[in-house]
Design a protein around this ligand. Structure first.
Ligand code: HEC
Length: 173
């Protein structure tokens, strides 16, 4: 059995723990041509997304039930309002902790902080979510590095990011 086959079998037989899912996801990502096939391989932010985010949110942003939410609709909706844009910036800078609902699915885990990435990289990753994964219209203003810098100037913890989300999160699918 190939390594990938062994991982798939392990993932199928075991309870879906984070460890088995991560292993299967890494194996799938290694062999995946999702973005090459979809034509988004060269999108700014795509490489940083694959390197930093895909392990939990999946190479195409579909998430994984009860472990990490899909990023296929809400980011574009956040990006359409000033407080939603702040929410996106806070989430990647400081992470998030606490139960959330996305569509009709529930998640309650820790999103890690990515403050070690620079403002331009984080803006590019967020724009990849908004314009590539969510296919927001080009009339929507892209996230700018300055918006990341503005949130970086006001450090928060992951629970405070969750509290802010409570006020700005989209509802529904
Ligand atoms: C270790 C797994 C993990 C990694 C890596 C990760 N995330 Fe997350 N992400 C989560 C979890 C878990 C949540 C939900 C947190 C909660 O329940 O409060 C989340 C939530 C989010 C949300 C908020 C969704 C919403 O509806 O409010 C965004 C946006 C997001 N992640 C983007 C990213 C981006 C961009 C990256 C890479 C820079 C990334 N994530 C990397 C696990 C991860």
């Amino acid at each position: 059995m190939s390594d990938r086959g062994a991982l798939r079998a392990a993932a199928a037989n075991a309870a879906p723990t984070l460890t088995t899912w991560l292993a299967a996801s890494l194996a799938a990502a290694a062999g995946s041509e999702v973005f090459a096939a979809g034509g988004s391989a060269g999108a700014p932010g795509a490489a940083a997304f694959q390197a930093n985010c895909a392990v939990c949110h999946g190479p195409a942003g579909a998430g994984i039930p009860s472990l990490a939410p899909p990023l296929l609709a809400y980011p574009a909706r956040y990006a359409a309002t000033p407080e939603g844009r702040r929410q996106l910036a806070m989430t990647v800078l400081y992470g998030m902790f606490g139960d959330i609902t996305v569509g009709d699915a529930h998640f309650n885990a820790q999103m890690p902080a990515f403050a070690q990435l620079d403002d331009a990289t984080l803006a590019a990753v967020l724009n990849f979510l908004v314009f590539d994964l969510d296919r927001a219209p080009g009339t929507l203003r892209p996230l700018a590095a300055a918006e990341l810098a503005a949130e970086r100037a006001h450090p928060l913890d992951a629970a405070a990011v969750h509290e802010h989300r409570r006020r700005v999160a989209p509802a529904g699918p």
